[in-house]
Design a protein around this ligand. Structure first.
Ligand SMILES: Nc1ncnc2c1ncn2[C@@H]1O[C@H](COP(=O)(O)OP(=O)(O)OP(=O)(O)O)[C@@H](O)[C@H]1O
Length: 264
């Protein structure tokens, strides 16, 4: 096998095929003398749902911070659609189609759900905030988005009154208003009541399958992941321990040892 063919096979793409949506090459981040993300190589293809798992402190959020541009790698390269974005700031990556769930603080709590989504859509469309009027957001423009995230019945509710699960759905809607091709979700189920997990899971599944977006998700709820993910990336001490179908990754003896706490 030639060099490029071997590299393509390693990353699961055929020679000549479109480049992966995301490719990480030797991605490494050290801080304060500790290596937090350690030489990660992986590729994520269009439409794939990749779950990133690993014990607490494994480096999952740090890896997301590198991919979204919040931190700069010490070593290695990040490619989006074959373009080297390693040195690009977060807003440039966002303009290329990389989206990460908004922090809760980005939801305007005194505005209704529909107003929040209307504002996000207007910003995406390049509208002036000075011309934005609340009345406009009650129109049909935001309906499809609210229905997609199953918040249609909450359109007139102030965002501050939403449950944790519904707030996560709203954050997802605000992200989707920017029409990202690659979505990074960092623990979307955190703080969400057990009763709300199934519906939030269904919303994320719809966003992935119906909208054919590429999704990277860090999550601790294994039952949620095993059902949704095409592949699992298992991190341990910043290194990629396994990258495989969920059943195979979980059967890996090194992965099992990592979760039991006795991996090297
Ligand atoms: N800015 C920083 N400076 C120093 N250490 C850091 C910094 N950011 C993260 N760390 C350390 O890096 C390690 C990995 O943290 P990270 O949050 O990426 O792990 P994680 O896998 O997302 O964990 P969890 O599942 O608990 O959220 C931790 O030990 C953390 O204390």
């Amino acid at each position: 096998m030639t060099g490029p063919a071997r590299a393509a096979a390693h990353h699961g793409t055929a020679p000549g095929a479109a480049p992966p949506v995301l490719r990480l090459h030797d991605l490494t981040w050290s801080v304060g003398g500790a290596t937090i993300v350690d030489g990660i190589d992986m590729a994520v293809v269009q439409g794939e749902f990749l779950a990133v798992i690993g014990p607490n402190g494994a480096g999952k959020t740090s890896m997301f911070n590198l991919v979204s541009g919040l931190t700069r790698p010490t070593r290695g390269r990040i490619e989006l659609d074959g373009v080297d974005i390693t040195r690009e700031p977060p807003h440039r990556r966002a303009a290329r189609g990389l989206g990460r769930t908004f922090q809760t603080s980005s939801v305007f709590t005194d505005m209704t759900v529909a107003e929040n989504v209307g504002l996000a859509e207007q910003i995406r469309a390049g509208g002036s905030l000075r011309l934005w009027r609340r009345a406009r957001t009650s129109d049909a423009a935001v309906r499809p988005m609210l229905d997609l995230v199953r918040l249609g019945h909450r359109a007139a509710t102030p965002a501050g009154d939403l449950s944790h699960g519904d707030k996560r759905k709203l954050e997802l809607a605000l992200l989707l208003a920017r029409d990202p091709r690659l979505i990074l979700l960092d623990e979307p189920m955190a703080g969400v009541s057990a009763a709300e997990v199934p519906e939030l899971t269904a919303v994320i599944r719809d966003v992935h399958r119906e909208q054919q977006r590429t999704v990277l998700m860090v999550e601790h709820h294994m039952d949620v992941l095993l059902d949704m993910a095409d592949r699992l990336a298992v991190l341990h001490h910043g290194s990629l321990l396994a990258l495989d179908r969920p059943d195979r990754a979980m059967a890996d003896h090194e992965v099992q040892a990592a979760y039991l706490g006795d991996a090297p």
